[in-house]
Design a protein. Structure first.
Length: 327
């Protein structure tokens, strides 16, 4: 219990420090919301004075207090669940996040389940066939794909499979002609529109799982208990599942929990490419507009996801391996 309390306090301090740093870093960015809105209106053909008058109507949504006062108000709102209003969308941040988070979670969870499952299976296969032609091919492919940025793969998939081949839709979370609801037609449209974003995630993350699982499996295959199980004449399937697979996948569960948080941060480019209404798309729109409140809301979700995923990884690994907790 003391171990959990200590970890929980570390999480609280880390979260507070990260949010404080992000808050002040956003405020020292060049430009401010008012200047950005005036510049946009001028680019649309408005007179500078007319543009300034139009933007003046948005001043109630723009934080104009001193920075330390804004910080105190942010902490008060954070503790009470009120994150303010978006300058760009003129809507409460909590309302936008409640709408956007499920879309990002849908993409993240689906992508991680697919990439993790395939990576574990291929990694074990490569470990048993290490040194062979397939091992070399898969190792090279895994090393290349893990180094590719997700947005590059996303653009390539859009140009080839959506724009040229027209096998998949270019953008959107579902077909707008289908009414949302718990129907087979709507659910099929959801998965159909999510195919390319999920594929972009899987291609760029599966290589890491493959290499980690291969390394872990090779290490387990050299353990004495595996040799003893083989000497006892146990069936190969039982050795693979109970002795090798179960112990080899153990270190990957901690990485899986951490990846859940970090993939939230990496969703910005993918969701923006496919016009997917998740956290990443709102963050991409809020940065050039200097929408401070929207940026803080998006960074808040990402920061909480990363910190909590690390905390869950510690808890999970300590349950799977009690030596971590005792140490």
């Amino acid at each position: 219990m003391r171990w959990i309390v200590k970890r929980a306090l570390t999480v609280a301090v880390t979260l507070f420090s990260a949010l404080t740093l992000i808050f002040f870093l956003i405020r020292i960015m060049p430009g401010n919301p008012i200047d950005m809105m005036i510049m946009q209106l001028i680019m649309q053909g408005y007179d500078p004075e007319d543009a300034a008058r139009r933007v003046a109507g948005m001043v109630p949504f723009v934080p104009t207090d001193p920075v330390h006062i804004q910080y105190i108000n942010f902490l008060k709102g954070f503790l009470s669940g009120d994150l303010g209003k978006s300058i760009l969308y003129a809507q409460p941040i909590t309302m936008i996040l409640v709408y956007a988070i499920p879309w990002t979670v849908f993409l993240v969870s689906l992508s991680l389940v697919i990439s993790f499952s395939l990576g574990v299976l291929l990694g074990m296969f490569m470990a048993y066939r290490r040194g062979g032609i397939l091992d070399r091919i898969f190792s090279l492919a895994a090393s290349v794909t893990r180094a590719l940025p997700p947005y590059v793969v996303g653009v390539i998939l859009v140009l080839t499979l959506a724009f040229q081949a027209k096998w998949f839709p270019l953008m959107g979370p579902y077909d707008s002609r289908i009414p949302p609801g718990f129907t087979l037609e709507f659910i099929s449209s959801l998965f159909y529109h999510a195919t390319l974003p999920v594929l972009a995630y899987v291609i760029t993350t599966i290589g890491s799982w493959i290499l980690q699982m291969k390394s872990s499996t090779v290490s387990v295959l050299g353990e004495y208990y595996v040799t003893a199980a083989e000497a006892r004449g146990l069936p190969e399937r039982r050795i693979v599942t109970s002795y090798v697979g179960r112990n080899a996948v153990l270190p990957l569960f901690a990485s899986l929990a951490i990846s859940i948080g970090f993939i939230f941060g990496g969703s910005t480019f993918i969701e923006n490419i496919y016009s997917y209404p998740g956290i990443g798309r709102y963050l991409a729109a809020s940065v050039p507009a200097r929408d401070y409140t929207m940026m803080m809301g998006c960074f808040l979700v990402t920061t909480v996801a990363v910190v909590l995923s690390n905390f869950l990884a510690d808890l999970l690994y300590s349950r799977l391996d009690p030596r971590i907790r005792l140490g």
